[in-house]
Design a protein around this ligand. Structure first.
Ligand code: ACM
Length: 649
Protein backbone atom coordinates (compact mmCIF):
# COMPACT_ATOMS: atom_id res chain seq x y z
CA UNK A 1 0.00 0.00 0.00
CA UNK A 2 2.74 2.43 0.99
CA UNK A 3 4.79 1.50 -2.08
CA UNK A 4 1.75 2.10 -4.27
CA UNK A 5 1.31 5.53 -2.76
CA UNK A 6 4.95 6.36 -3.29
CA UNK A 7 4.68 5.18 -6.88
CA UNK A 8 1.69 7.46 -7.45
CA UNK A 9 3.55 10.41 -6.00
CA UNK A 10 6.55 9.72 -8.22
CA UNK A 11 4.21 9.64 -11.23
CA UNK A 12 2.78 12.99 -10.24
CA UNK A 13 6.25 14.46 -9.92
CA UNK A 14 7.43 12.91 -13.15
CA UNK A 15 4.49 14.36 -15.03
CA UNK A 16 5.55 17.78 -13.68
CA UNK A 17 2.05 18.35 -12.46
CA UNK A 18 2.01 21.70 -10.71
CA UNK A 19 -1.03 20.87 -8.64
CA UNK A 20 -0.56 20.98 -4.89
CA UNK A 21 -0.09 17.64 -3.19
CA UNK A 22 -1.84 16.73 -0.01
CA UNK A 23 -0.03 13.83 1.53
CA UNK A 24 -0.13 12.96 5.16
CA UNK A 25 3.00 11.93 7.00
CA UNK A 26 1.19 9.04 8.57
CA UNK A 27 0.36 7.67 5.14
CA UNK A 28 3.88 7.85 3.81
CA UNK A 29 6.32 7.69 6.66
CA UNK A 30 9.54 9.62 7.02
CA UNK A 31 11.87 6.94 5.81
CA UNK A 32 10.06 6.24 2.61
CA UNK A 33 9.83 9.62 1.06
CA UNK A 34 12.00 12.66 1.20
CA UNK A 35 9.68 14.64 -1.02
CA UNK A 36 6.27 14.10 0.40
CA UNK A 37 6.87 14.55 4.07
CA UNK A 38 5.16 17.86 4.39
CA UNK A 39 1.71 18.79 3.31
CA UNK A 40 1.43 21.58 0.82
CA UNK A 41 -1.82 23.40 1.26
CA UNK A 42 -1.62 26.96 0.00
CA UNK A 43 -4.83 29.00 -0.16
CA UNK A 44 -5.45 30.62 -2.58
CA UNK A 45 -4.02 28.06 -4.99
CA UNK A 46 -0.94 29.53 -6.70
CA UNK A 47 -0.72 29.91 -10.46
CA UNK A 48 2.10 27.38 -10.56
CA UNK A 49 3.73 25.27 -7.90
CA UNK A 50 6.44 22.75 -8.62
CA UNK A 51 7.57 20.46 -5.89
CA UNK A 52 11.28 19.66 -5.87
CA UNK A 53 13.21 17.03 -4.01
CA UNK A 54 14.53 17.84 -0.58
CA UNK A 55 13.40 19.80 2.41
CA UNK A 56 14.43 23.01 4.06
CA UNK A 57 15.10 22.74 7.79
CA UNK A 58 14.81 25.95 9.75
CA UNK A 59 18.18 26.70 11.43
CA UNK A 60 18.54 28.00 15.00
CA UNK A 61 19.47 31.51 13.91
CA UNK A 62 17.53 32.88 11.00
CA UNK A 63 18.48 35.90 8.95
CA UNK A 64 16.22 37.76 6.53
CA UNK A 65 18.07 39.74 3.91
CA UNK A 66 16.04 42.47 2.25
CA UNK A 67 16.83 45.58 0.26
CA UNK A 68 16.43 48.83 2.17
CA UNK A 69 12.80 49.72 1.54
CA UNK A 70 10.27 51.04 4.04
CA UNK A 71 7.49 49.10 2.30
CA UNK A 72 9.19 45.78 3.06
CA UNK A 73 9.03 46.41 6.80
CA UNK A 74 5.73 44.61 7.26
CA UNK A 75 6.75 41.55 5.25
CA UNK A 76 9.86 41.21 7.43
CA UNK A 77 7.92 41.89 10.64
CA UNK A 78 5.11 39.48 9.74
CA UNK A 79 7.48 36.64 8.92
CA UNK A 80 9.82 37.26 11.87
CA UNK A 81 6.93 37.52 14.29
CA UNK A 82 5.41 34.20 13.16
CA UNK A 83 8.72 32.38 13.29
CA UNK A 84 9.84 33.80 16.63
CA UNK A 85 6.51 33.32 18.41
CA UNK A 86 5.95 29.72 17.33
CA UNK A 87 9.49 28.35 17.11
CA UNK A 88 11.28 30.42 19.77
CA UNK A 89 14.15 30.83 17.29
CA UNK A 90 15.85 34.14 16.73
CA UNK A 91 15.27 36.07 13.51
CA UNK A 92 17.52 38.94 12.48
CA UNK A 93 16.88 41.32 9.66
CA UNK A 94 20.04 42.14 7.71
CA UNK A 95 21.01 44.20 4.71
CA UNK A 96 24.20 42.33 4.02
CA UNK A 97 24.97 38.62 4.48
CA UNK A 98 26.79 35.88 2.62
CA UNK A 99 24.17 33.24 2.91
CA UNK A 100 20.99 34.58 4.53
CA UNK A 101 18.34 32.07 5.48
CA UNK A 102 15.62 33.99 3.69
CA UNK A 103 16.22 36.49 0.95
CA UNK A 104 13.79 39.08 -0.44
CA UNK A 105 14.67 40.39 -3.89
CA UNK A 106 12.98 43.34 -5.58
CA UNK A 107 13.43 43.11 -9.34
CA UNK A 108 15.32 45.95 -10.89
CA UNK A 109 13.94 44.91 -14.27
CA UNK A 110 10.17 44.52 -14.22
CA UNK A 111 8.96 40.94 -14.66
CA UNK A 112 5.75 41.55 -16.65
CA UNK A 113 4.24 38.21 -15.69
CA UNK A 114 4.30 39.09 -11.98
CA UNK A 115 2.73 42.52 -12.29
CA UNK A 116 2.19 44.64 -9.18
CA UNK A 117 1.37 41.85 -6.72
CA UNK A 118 2.93 38.66 -8.07
CA UNK A 119 5.92 36.87 -6.60
CA UNK A 120 8.26 33.94 -7.08
CA UNK A 121 8.98 31.75 -4.10
CA UNK A 122 11.86 29.33 -4.21
CA UNK A 123 12.42 27.03 -1.26
CA UNK A 124 15.76 25.26 -1.57
CA UNK A 125 17.44 22.93 0.95
CA UNK A 126 19.47 25.75 2.53
CA UNK A 127 17.80 28.98 1.48
CA UNK A 128 14.45 30.55 0.74
CA UNK A 129 14.13 33.30 -1.86
CA UNK A 130 11.13 35.51 -2.58
CA UNK A 131 11.34 37.71 -5.66
CA UNK A 132 8.84 40.34 -6.78
CA UNK A 133 8.55 43.57 -8.70
CA UNK A 134 6.98 45.39 -5.77
CA UNK A 135 6.89 45.06 -1.97
CA UNK A 136 3.25 43.91 -2.21
CA UNK A 137 4.42 40.83 -4.10
CA UNK A 138 6.98 40.07 -1.39
CA UNK A 139 4.24 40.40 1.23
CA UNK A 140 1.95 37.93 -0.59
CA UNK A 141 4.93 35.63 -1.12
CA UNK A 142 5.50 35.67 2.65
CA UNK A 143 1.90 34.54 3.17
CA UNK A 144 2.50 31.55 0.90
CA UNK A 145 5.79 30.83 2.62
CA UNK A 146 4.16 30.77 6.05
CA UNK A 147 1.61 28.31 4.68
CA UNK A 148 4.46 25.95 3.75
CA UNK A 149 5.49 25.68 7.39
CA UNK A 150 3.86 23.08 9.65
CA UNK A 151 0.50 24.35 10.96
CA UNK A 152 2.07 24.97 14.38
CA UNK A 153 3.70 28.10 12.92
CA UNK A 154 0.41 29.86 13.69
CA UNK A 155 0.78 29.22 17.40
CA UNK A 156 0.85 32.26 19.66
CA UNK A 157 3.36 30.58 21.94
CA UNK A 158 6.44 28.43 21.42
CA UNK A 159 5.57 24.89 20.33
CA UNK A 160 8.01 22.17 21.39
CA UNK A 161 8.96 19.05 19.47
CA UNK A 162 8.08 20.29 15.99
CA UNK A 163 10.35 19.56 13.06
CA UNK A 164 10.40 22.99 11.41
CA UNK A 165 10.86 21.76 7.89
CA UNK A 166 9.42 22.90 4.60
CA UNK A 167 9.12 21.11 1.27
CA UNK A 168 11.35 22.46 -1.48
CA UNK A 169 9.22 24.17 -4.10
CA UNK A 170 9.26 26.69 -6.92
CA UNK A 171 6.16 28.86 -6.94
CA UNK A 172 5.22 31.48 -9.50
CA UNK A 173 2.10 33.32 -8.50
CA UNK A 174 0.06 36.43 -9.27
CA UNK A 175 -3.57 37.40 -8.83
CA UNK A 176 -6.42 37.16 -11.28
CA UNK A 177 -7.95 40.40 -10.01
CA UNK A 178 -6.45 43.55 -8.53
CA UNK A 179 -9.48 44.09 -6.26
CA UNK A 180 -9.94 41.21 -3.86
CA UNK A 181 -12.33 42.48 -1.30
CA UNK A 182 -14.09 41.75 1.91
CA UNK A 183 -16.86 44.05 3.11
CA UNK A 184 -17.15 44.46 6.86
CA UNK A 185 -20.37 46.00 8.17
CA UNK A 186 -19.36 47.94 11.28
CA UNK A 187 -22.66 49.83 11.30
CA UNK A 188 -25.21 47.18 12.33
CA UNK A 189 -22.94 46.24 15.18
CA UNK A 190 -19.93 48.35 16.01
CA UNK A 191 -16.53 46.67 16.03
CA UNK A 192 -13.58 48.34 17.69
CA UNK A 193 -10.48 49.68 15.99
CA UNK A 194 -8.56 46.73 17.41
CA UNK A 195 -11.09 44.30 15.92
CA UNK A 196 -10.84 45.98 12.53
CA UNK A 197 -7.06 45.53 12.73
CA UNK A 198 -7.58 41.87 13.57
CA UNK A 199 -9.91 41.61 10.56
CA UNK A 200 -7.11 43.03 8.38
CA UNK A 201 -4.57 40.63 9.90
CA UNK A 202 -6.87 37.70 9.14
CA UNK A 203 -7.72 38.75 5.59
CA UNK A 204 -4.16 39.36 4.38
CA UNK A 205 -3.21 35.75 5.14
CA UNK A 206 -5.47 34.88 2.21
CA UNK A 207 -4.21 37.72 0.01
CA UNK A 208 -7.32 39.93 0.18
CA UNK A 209 -6.27 43.50 -0.54
CA UNK A 210 -9.44 45.56 -0.20
CA UNK A 211 -11.39 46.23 2.97
CA UNK A 212 -14.77 47.77 2.24
CA UNK A 213 -15.93 49.39 5.48
CA UNK A 214 -19.70 49.82 5.62
CA UNK A 215 -19.61 52.83 7.93
CA UNK A 216 -23.20 53.99 8.10
CA UNK A 217 -26.63 52.45 8.29
CA UNK A 218 -29.94 52.69 10.15
CA UNK A 219 -28.24 51.27 13.25
CA UNK A 220 -25.27 53.58 13.45
CA UNK A 221 -23.04 56.28 11.99
CA UNK A 222 -19.46 55.22 12.71
CA UNK A 223 -17.16 58.02 11.55
CA UNK A 224 -16.46 61.38 13.13
CA UNK A 225 -17.33 64.28 10.83
CA UNK A 226 -16.09 67.64 12.06
CA UNK A 227 -18.81 70.25 12.21
CA UNK A 228 -21.55 67.60 12.33
CA UNK A 229 -21.18 66.40 15.93
CA UNK A 230 -24.62 64.86 16.27
CA UNK A 231 -23.73 62.18 13.74
CA UNK A 232 -21.61 60.58 16.44
CA UNK A 233 -23.21 62.01 19.59
CA UNK A 234 -26.65 60.73 18.55
CA UNK A 235 -26.17 58.63 15.43
CA UNK A 236 -23.63 56.19 16.85
CA UNK A 237 -25.73 54.92 19.75
CA UNK A 238 -28.64 52.54 20.15
CA UNK A 239 -30.17 50.38 22.86
CA UNK A 240 -28.34 47.13 23.53
CA UNK A 241 -30.47 44.17 22.57
CA UNK A 242 -29.72 40.49 22.43
CA UNK A 243 -31.53 37.80 20.47
CA UNK A 244 -32.75 37.80 16.88
CA UNK A 245 -32.05 41.15 15.28
CA UNK A 246 -35.03 42.47 13.32
CA UNK A 247 -37.55 41.02 15.76
CA UNK A 248 -36.53 43.10 18.78
CA UNK A 249 -39.22 44.83 20.81
CA UNK A 250 -39.05 48.57 20.03
CA UNK A 251 -37.06 50.23 22.80
CA UNK A 252 -38.84 52.46 25.30
CA UNK A 253 -37.85 56.10 25.80
CA UNK A 254 -36.14 55.39 29.12
CA UNK A 255 -33.83 52.64 27.84
CA UNK A 256 -30.24 53.90 27.73
CA UNK A 257 -28.72 54.49 24.31
CA UNK A 258 -25.20 53.45 25.16
CA UNK A 259 -24.64 50.60 22.68
CA UNK A 260 -22.42 51.35 19.70
CA UNK A 261 -19.42 53.55 19.02
CA UNK A 262 -17.57 55.29 16.24
CA UNK A 263 -14.09 55.92 14.90
CA UNK A 264 -12.54 59.32 15.44
CA UNK A 265 -10.70 60.81 12.50
CA UNK A 266 -7.46 59.87 14.25
CA UNK A 267 -8.72 56.26 14.50
CA UNK A 268 -9.48 56.26 10.79
CA UNK A 269 -6.01 57.56 9.95
CA UNK A 270 -4.51 54.82 12.11
CA UNK A 271 -6.61 52.14 10.42
CA UNK A 272 -5.80 53.41 6.94
CA UNK A 273 -2.10 53.35 7.74
CA UNK A 274 -2.32 49.92 9.34
CA UNK A 275 -4.07 48.60 6.25
CA UNK A 276 -1.70 50.31 3.81
CA UNK A 277 1.34 48.83 5.50
CA UNK A 278 -0.24 45.45 4.80
CA UNK A 279 -1.08 46.31 1.19
CA UNK A 280 -4.77 46.68 1.88
CA UNK A 281 -6.83 49.63 0.67
CA UNK A 282 -9.82 50.69 2.70
CA UNK A 283 -12.86 51.80 0.75
CA UNK A 284 -15.35 53.73 2.89
CA UNK A 285 -19.06 53.33 2.29
CA UNK A 286 -21.56 56.01 3.29
CA UNK A 287 -24.84 54.27 2.54
CA UNK A 288 -27.44 56.77 1.30
CA UNK A 289 -30.18 57.75 0.43
CA UNK A 290 -31.74 54.67 2.13
CA UNK A 291 -30.30 52.99 5.23
CA UNK A 292 -30.00 56.48 6.73
CA UNK A 293 -31.98 56.39 9.95
CA UNK A 294 -28.88 57.16 12.05
CA UNK A 295 -28.37 60.38 10.04
CA UNK A 296 -32.05 61.30 10.23
CA UNK A 297 -32.15 60.71 13.99
CA UNK A 298 -29.17 63.09 14.26
CA UNK A 299 -30.34 65.73 11.79
CA UNK A 300 -34.10 65.28 11.15
CA UNK A 301 -34.15 68.29 8.84
CA UNK A 302 -32.45 66.08 6.20
CA UNK A 303 -35.62 64.02 5.89
CA UNK A 304 -38.69 64.77 3.76
CA UNK A 305 -40.86 63.65 6.67
CA UNK A 306 -41.78 66.07 9.51
CA UNK A 307 -42.30 63.20 12.01
CA UNK A 308 -38.58 62.47 11.69
CA UNK A 309 -38.00 64.76 14.66
CA UNK A 310 -39.14 61.83 16.79
CA UNK A 311 -36.98 59.20 15.10
CA UNK A 312 -34.30 57.27 16.94
CA UNK A 313 -31.33 55.21 15.75
CA UNK A 314 -32.57 51.68 15.10
CA UNK A 315 -31.95 49.11 17.81
CA UNK A 316 -32.97 46.11 15.70
CA UNK A 317 -36.73 46.63 15.77
CA UNK A 318 -38.74 46.17 12.57
CA UNK A 319 -38.62 49.27 10.32
CA UNK A 320 -39.27 47.79 6.88
CA UNK A 321 -41.98 45.69 5.33
CA UNK A 322 -40.47 43.29 2.81
CA UNK A 323 -43.67 41.34 2.16
CA UNK A 324 -44.06 42.84 -1.32
CA UNK A 325 -40.38 42.38 -2.23
CA UNK A 326 -37.85 45.05 -3.17
CA UNK A 327 -37.79 47.95 -2.80
CA UNK A 328 -39.21 47.54 0.68
CA UNK A 329 -41.97 49.65 2.17
CA UNK A 330 -40.53 51.75 4.97
CA UNK A 331 -42.46 51.92 8.23
CA UNK A 332 -40.34 54.91 9.24
CA UNK A 333 -38.71 57.16 6.67
CA UNK A 334 -35.04 56.15 6.68
CA UNK A 335 -34.12 58.14 3.56
CA UNK A 336 -32.39 61.43 2.93
CA UNK A 337 -34.65 63.84 1.08
CA UNK A 338 -33.55 64.18 -2.56
CA UNK A 339 -35.56 67.40 -2.89
CA UNK A 340 -33.88 69.22 -0.01
CA UNK A 341 -30.85 71.37 -0.84
CA UNK A 342 -29.61 71.08 2.75
CA UNK A 343 -28.96 67.38 2.02
CA UNK A 344 -26.43 68.23 -0.68
CA UNK A 345 -24.69 70.76 1.56
CA UNK A 346 -24.51 68.10 4.28
CA UNK A 347 -23.14 65.56 1.82
CA UNK A 348 -20.52 67.96 0.53
CA UNK A 349 -19.22 68.37 4.04
CA UNK A 350 -19.21 64.62 4.75
CA UNK A 351 -17.61 63.65 1.45
CA UNK A 352 -14.95 66.37 1.69
CA UNK A 353 -13.74 64.86 4.97
CA UNK A 354 -14.15 61.23 3.93
CA UNK A 355 -12.17 61.90 0.75
CA UNK A 356 -9.31 63.39 2.79
CA UNK A 357 -9.24 60.54 5.29
CA UNK A 358 -9.24 57.63 2.83
CA UNK A 359 -6.57 57.73 0.12
CA UNK A 360 -8.30 54.96 -1.88
CA UNK A 361 -9.57 56.16 -5.26
CA UNK A 362 -13.20 55.08 -4.75
CA UNK A 363 -15.87 56.17 -2.31
CA UNK A 364 -18.88 53.85 -2.12
CA UNK A 365 -22.10 55.79 -1.69
CA UNK A 366 -24.51 52.90 -1.15
CA UNK A 367 -27.76 53.39 -3.06
CA UNK A 368 -29.30 50.03 -2.16
CA UNK A 369 -32.77 49.23 -0.94
CA UNK A 370 -33.95 52.84 -0.72
CA UNK A 371 -37.68 52.74 -0.03
CA UNK A 372 -39.64 55.27 -2.05
CA UNK A 373 -43.00 55.21 -0.28
CA UNK A 374 -42.36 58.35 1.79
CA UNK A 375 -41.00 60.21 -1.25
CA UNK A 376 -44.12 59.28 -3.23
CA UNK A 377 -46.39 61.31 -1.00
CA UNK A 378 -44.06 64.22 -0.33
CA UNK A 379 -44.88 67.63 -1.86
CA UNK A 380 -41.20 68.68 -2.10
CA UNK A 381 -40.40 65.53 -4.08
CA UNK A 382 -43.42 66.06 -6.33
CA UNK A 383 -42.21 69.62 -7.03
CA UNK A 384 -38.72 68.30 -7.80
CA UNK A 385 -40.17 65.79 -10.26
CA UNK A 386 -42.11 68.53 -12.00
CA UNK A 387 -39.11 70.83 -12.17
CA UNK A 388 -36.67 68.16 -13.41
CA UNK A 389 -39.10 66.22 -15.62
CA UNK A 390 -38.75 63.04 -13.54
CA UNK A 391 -41.51 60.50 -14.10
CA UNK A 392 -40.75 57.68 -11.67
CA UNK A 393 -39.23 57.12 -8.25
CA UNK A 394 -36.16 55.32 -9.69
CA UNK A 395 -35.63 58.47 -11.77
CA UNK A 396 -35.82 60.55 -8.59
CA UNK A 397 -33.17 58.34 -7.04
CA UNK A 398 -31.08 58.55 -10.22
CA UNK A 399 -31.27 62.38 -9.99
CA UNK A 400 -29.97 62.11 -6.42
CA UNK A 401 -27.19 59.67 -7.40
CA UNK A 402 -25.99 61.90 -10.23
CA UNK A 403 -25.73 64.94 -7.97
CA UNK A 404 -23.98 62.78 -5.42
CA UNK A 405 -21.49 61.56 -7.99
CA UNK A 406 -20.66 65.15 -8.92
CA UNK A 407 -19.80 65.86 -5.29
CA UNK A 408 -17.62 62.73 -5.11
CA UNK A 409 -15.83 63.64 -8.35
CA UNK A 410 -15.30 67.20 -7.13
CA UNK A 411 -13.26 65.75 -4.25
CA UNK A 412 -11.02 63.88 -6.68
CA UNK A 413 -12.63 60.46 -6.12
CA UNK A 414 -14.47 57.88 -8.17
CA UNK A 415 -18.08 57.07 -7.36
CA UNK A 416 -19.28 53.55 -6.67
CA UNK A 417 -22.73 52.31 -5.69
CA UNK A 418 -24.75 49.14 -5.24
CA UNK A 419 -26.39 47.95 -8.44
CA UNK A 420 -29.67 49.79 -7.77
CA UNK A 421 -27.90 52.91 -9.07
CA UNK A 422 -28.35 51.44 -12.56
CA UNK A 423 -32.10 51.97 -12.29
CA UNK A 424 -33.64 55.21 -13.49
CA UNK A 425 -30.62 56.13 -15.64
CA UNK A 426 -27.04 55.95 -14.42
CA UNK A 427 -24.18 58.31 -15.14
CA UNK A 428 -21.65 56.80 -17.59
CA UNK A 429 -18.77 57.24 -15.15
CA UNK A 430 -20.37 55.50 -12.15
CA UNK A 431 -18.87 52.20 -10.96
CA UNK A 432 -21.14 49.42 -9.85
CA UNK A 433 -21.02 46.79 -7.15
CA UNK A 434 -23.23 43.96 -8.38
CA UNK A 435 -24.94 42.26 -5.45
CA UNK A 436 -28.36 41.10 -6.66
CA UNK A 437 -26.70 38.32 -8.62
CA UNK A 438 -24.18 38.87 -11.41
CA UNK A 439 -26.64 40.00 -14.07
CA UNK A 440 -26.45 43.70 -13.19
CA UNK A 441 -22.68 43.49 -13.20
CA UNK A 442 -22.68 41.77 -16.60
CA UNK A 443 -24.90 44.48 -18.08
CA UNK A 444 -22.92 47.27 -16.43
CA UNK A 445 -19.63 45.87 -17.76
CA UNK A 446 -21.11 45.81 -21.25
CA UNK A 447 -22.10 49.45 -20.71
CA UNK A 448 -18.43 50.18 -19.89
CA UNK A 449 -18.95 50.74 -16.17
CA UNK A 450 -16.28 49.42 -13.86
CA UNK A 451 -17.77 46.55 -11.90
CA UNK A 452 -17.01 44.69 -8.70
CA UNK A 453 -18.87 41.41 -8.43
CA UNK A 454 -20.25 40.52 -5.00
CA UNK A 455 -23.39 38.50 -5.72
CA UNK A 456 -25.61 37.22 -2.94
CA UNK A 457 -25.70 33.74 -4.49
CA UNK A 458 -21.98 33.15 -3.98
CA UNK A 459 -20.48 35.88 -1.84
CA UNK A 460 -22.84 36.85 0.98
CA UNK A 461 -21.10 35.63 4.08
CA UNK A 462 -23.88 36.78 6.40
CA UNK A 463 -26.00 33.94 5.01
CA UNK A 464 -26.22 30.70 6.99
CA UNK A 465 -23.54 28.17 6.12
CA UNK A 466 -25.12 25.23 7.95
CA UNK A 467 -28.60 24.13 8.93
CA UNK A 468 -30.57 26.87 10.67
CA UNK A 469 -30.81 24.65 13.74
CA UNK A 470 -27.15 25.46 14.50
CA UNK A 471 -26.98 29.01 13.15
CA UNK A 472 -28.31 32.45 14.00
CA UNK A 473 -31.26 32.57 11.64
CA UNK A 474 -30.85 34.54 8.42
CA UNK A 475 -33.29 34.45 5.49
CA UNK A 476 -30.92 32.59 3.13
CA UNK A 477 -28.13 30.04 3.08
CA UNK A 478 -24.74 29.84 1.40
CA UNK A 479 -22.74 26.69 1.90
CA UNK A 480 -19.03 26.46 1.25
CA UNK A 481 -19.42 24.50 -1.98
CA UNK A 482 -21.58 27.27 -3.46
CA UNK A 483 -19.16 29.98 -2.34
CA UNK A 484 -16.41 27.98 -4.06
CA UNK A 485 -18.32 28.24 -7.35
CA UNK A 486 -17.99 32.04 -7.33
CA UNK A 487 -16.76 33.23 -10.70
CA UNK A 488 -16.22 36.99 -10.58
CA UNK A 489 -15.83 37.13 -14.37
CA UNK A 490 -18.94 35.27 -15.53
CA UNK A 491 -19.82 34.45 -19.13
CA UNK A 492 -21.35 37.40 -20.91
CA UNK A 493 -19.44 40.05 -18.93
CA UNK A 494 -16.84 42.27 -20.56
CA UNK A 495 -13.78 41.22 -18.53
CA UNK A 496 -12.05 44.55 -19.20
CA UNK A 497 -14.54 46.21 -16.88
CA UNK A 498 -14.64 43.62 -14.11
CA UNK A 499 -12.18 45.26 -11.76
CA UNK A 500 -12.79 43.04 -8.77
CA UNK A 501 -14.65 40.50 -6.75
CA UNK A 502 -15.51 40.50 -3.09
CA UNK A 503 -17.54 38.91 -0.33
CA UNK A 504 -19.78 40.86 2.00
CA UNK A 505 -20.21 40.38 5.70
CA UNK A 506 -23.33 42.12 6.95
CA UNK A 507 -23.59 42.02 10.70
CA UNK A 508 -27.25 42.25 11.68
CA UNK A 509 -27.03 38.84 13.35
CA UNK A 510 -23.34 39.13 14.28
CA UNK A 511 -22.83 40.50 17.77
CA UNK A 512 -19.22 39.55 18.48
CA UNK A 513 -15.88 39.38 16.72
CA UNK A 514 -15.71 35.62 17.32
CA UNK A 515 -18.88 35.30 15.24
CA UNK A 516 -17.35 37.56 12.58
CA UNK A 517 -14.54 35.02 12.24
CA UNK A 518 -16.96 32.09 12.28
CA UNK A 519 -18.89 33.58 9.39
CA UNK A 520 -15.76 34.44 7.39
CA UNK A 521 -13.89 31.15 7.55
CA UNK A 522 -13.78 28.90 5.62
CA UNK A 523 -16.06 30.61 3.08
CA UNK A 524 -13.60 33.47 2.63
CA UNK A 525 -11.01 30.81 1.62
CA UNK A 526 -13.35 29.97 -1.26
CA UNK A 527 -13.73 33.62 -2.20
CA UNK A 528 -10.00 34.26 -2.01
CA UNK A 529 -9.32 31.39 -4.39
CA UNK A 530 -12.07 32.67 -6.70
CA UNK A 531 -10.57 36.14 -6.97
CA UNK A 532 -6.87 35.17 -6.97
CA UNK A 533 -6.39 31.81 -8.69
CA UNK A 534 -6.83 30.93 -12.37
CA UNK A 535 -10.23 29.28 -12.79
CA UNK A 536 -8.65 26.12 -14.23
CA UNK A 537 -6.70 25.71 -10.99
CA UNK A 538 -9.83 25.44 -8.88
CA UNK A 539 -10.66 21.95 -7.71
CA UNK A 540 -13.23 21.28 -4.98
CA UNK A 541 -11.73 18.04 -3.67
CA UNK A 542 -8.27 19.48 -3.45
CA UNK A 543 -9.65 22.69 -1.95
CA UNK A 544 -11.39 20.76 0.82
CA UNK A 545 -8.19 18.91 1.66
CA UNK A 546 -6.40 22.25 1.91
CA UNK A 547 -9.27 23.75 3.89
CA UNK A 548 -8.95 21.00 6.46
CA UNK A 549 -5.23 21.74 6.76
CA UNK A 550 -6.10 25.38 7.32
CA UNK A 551 -8.55 24.46 10.06
CA UNK A 552 -5.49 23.23 11.97
CA UNK A 553 -3.80 26.57 11.30
CA UNK A 554 -6.80 28.53 12.50
CA UNK A 555 -6.90 26.35 15.62
CA UNK A 556 -3.31 27.31 16.38
CA UNK A 557 -4.04 30.96 15.58
CA UNK A 558 -7.13 30.84 17.82
CA UNK A 559 -9.28 32.11 14.98
CA UNK A 560 -12.83 30.79 15.03
CA UNK A 561 -14.23 29.07 11.93
CA UNK A 562 -17.35 27.16 11.01
CA UNK A 563 -17.11 23.37 10.94
CA UNK A 564 -20.27 23.34 8.79
CA UNK A 565 -18.75 21.14 6.07
CA UNK A 566 -18.90 18.28 8.54
CA UNK A 567 -22.60 18.72 9.28
CA UNK A 568 -25.07 16.88 7.04
CA UNK A 569 -27.61 18.72 4.92
CA UNK A 570 -31.15 17.82 6.00
CA UNK A 571 -33.74 17.31 3.27
CA UNK A 572 -37.30 16.40 4.13
CA UNK A 573 -39.61 14.48 1.85
CA UNK A 574 -42.93 12.63 2.02
CA UNK A 575 -43.04 9.09 0.70
CA UNK A 576 -45.90 7.89 -1.50
CA UNK A 577 -47.77 6.81 1.64
CA UNK A 578 -47.18 10.28 3.21
CA UNK A 579 -44.53 9.02 5.58
CA UNK A 580 -42.02 11.72 6.63
CA UNK A 581 -38.62 10.80 5.17
CA UNK A 582 -35.33 12.48 6.03
CA UNK A 583 -32.32 12.58 3.77
CA UNK A 584 -28.93 13.42 5.23
CA UNK A 585 -26.36 14.51 2.68
CA UNK A 586 -22.74 15.23 3.59
CA UNK A 587 -21.24 18.30 1.94
CA UNK A 588 -17.87 16.59 1.53
CA UNK A 589 -16.69 13.04 0.88
CA UNK A 590 -15.40 10.61 3.46
CA UNK A 591 -17.89 11.19 6.27
CA UNK A 592 -20.09 8.69 8.10
CA UNK A 593 -23.30 9.92 9.70
CA UNK A 594 -24.69 8.22 12.81
CA UNK A 595 -28.14 8.92 14.20
CA UNK A 596 -30.66 8.26 16.93
CA UNK A 597 -34.40 8.78 17.34
CA UNK A 598 -34.42 7.77 21.03
CA UNK A 599 -33.22 11.17 22.37
CA UNK A 600 -29.77 9.83 23.25
CA UNK A 601 -26.57 11.20 21.73
CA UNK A 602 -25.29 8.96 18.95
CA UNK A 603 -21.70 7.91 18.44
CA UNK A 604 -20.13 5.63 15.86
CA UNK A 605 -21.64 2.55 17.46
CA UNK A 606 -25.15 3.81 16.60
CA UNK A 607 -26.93 3.12 13.31
CA UNK A 608 -25.06 4.54 10.33
CA UNK A 609 -27.03 6.53 7.81
CA UNK A 610 -27.20 4.83 4.42
CA UNK A 611 -30.56 5.80 2.92
CA UNK A 612 -33.47 8.18 3.57
CA UNK A 613 -34.84 7.62 7.08
CA UNK A 614 -38.50 7.10 7.82
CA UNK A 615 -39.36 8.86 11.10
CA UNK A 616 -40.74 6.47 13.75
CA UNK A 617 -44.32 7.42 14.62
CA UNK A 618 -43.62 8.42 18.22
CA UNK A 619 -40.19 9.99 17.77
CA UNK A 620 -39.78 13.61 18.84
CA UNK A 621 -36.08 14.17 18.13
CA UNK A 622 -33.53 13.15 15.51
CA UNK A 623 -29.93 13.47 16.68
CA UNK A 624 -27.04 13.09 14.25
CA UNK A 625 -23.28 13.30 14.32
CA UNK A 626 -20.66 12.78 11.61
CA UNK A 627 -17.40 10.91 11.93
CA UNK A 628 -14.28 10.56 9.85
CA UNK A 629 -13.28 7.00 10.61
CA UNK A 630 -13.18 6.83 14.40
CA UNK A 631 -13.05 10.58 14.97
CA UNK A 632 -16.15 12.69 15.52
CA UNK A 633 -15.85 15.76 13.29
CA UNK A 634 -19.37 17.14 13.00
CA UNK A 635 -21.41 18.79 15.68
CA UNK A 636 -24.03 16.85 17.56
CA UNK A 637 -27.20 18.14 15.92
CA UNK A 638 -30.50 17.76 17.71
CA UNK A 639 -33.36 18.24 15.29
CA UNK A 640 -36.91 18.32 16.65
CA UNK A 641 -39.25 16.25 14.49
CA UNK A 642 -41.79 19.09 14.63
CA UNK A 643 -39.21 21.28 12.88
CA UNK A 644 -38.80 18.70 10.12
CA UNK A 645 -42.56 18.38 9.78
CA UNK A 646 -42.81 22.13 9.25
CA UNK A 647 -40.15 21.94 6.55
CA UNK A 648 -42.07 19.23 4.73
CA UNK A 649 -45.05 21.55 4.29
C1 ACM B 1 -27.17 44.92 0.05
O1 ACM B 1 -26.95 43.76 0.37
N1 ACM B 1 -28.27 45.52 0.47
C2 ACM B 1 -26.25 45.66 -0.77
Amino acid sequence: MKKQLLFIICCILASKSYAQTIVSESEIGDAESAVAQTQIAIIPEPVSLMKKTGTFILPENISILAPKNEDLKQAIAFLSDRIEKATGKFVSSVTNANHPTIKFILNTQNDAQLGLEGYKLNVNPTQIVITANKPAGIFWGVQSLIQLFPADIESKEVVQNVKWKLPCVDVVDYPKLGWRGLMFDVARHFFTKQEVKQFIDDMVRYKFNLLHLHLTDDEGWRIEIKGLPKLTEVGAWSVKKTGTFGDFIPPTADEPRTYGGFYTQEDIKELVQYAQERFVNIMPEIDIPGHSLAVIASYPELSCTPEAVNYKVRSGEKIMDWSRGAPPTALVDNTLCPANEKVYVFLDSVITQVAKLFPFEYIHMGGDEAPHNFWEKNEQVKALMQREGLKTMPQVQAYFEKRLEQIVISKGKKFMGWDEILEGGVSPTASVMSWRGVKYGIDASKGKHNVVMSPTDFAYLDYMQADQITEPKVYASLRLNKAYQFNPIPAGADPKFIIGGQANLWTEQIFTFRQVQYMLWPRAFAISESVWSPIEKKNWTNFIARTEEHFKRLDFAEVKYAPAIYDPIFTVKRSADKQLMIELTPEIDGLDIYYSFDNSSPDRFYPKYTAALPVPKDASMLRVITYKGKTPVGRLISMPITDLQKRSR
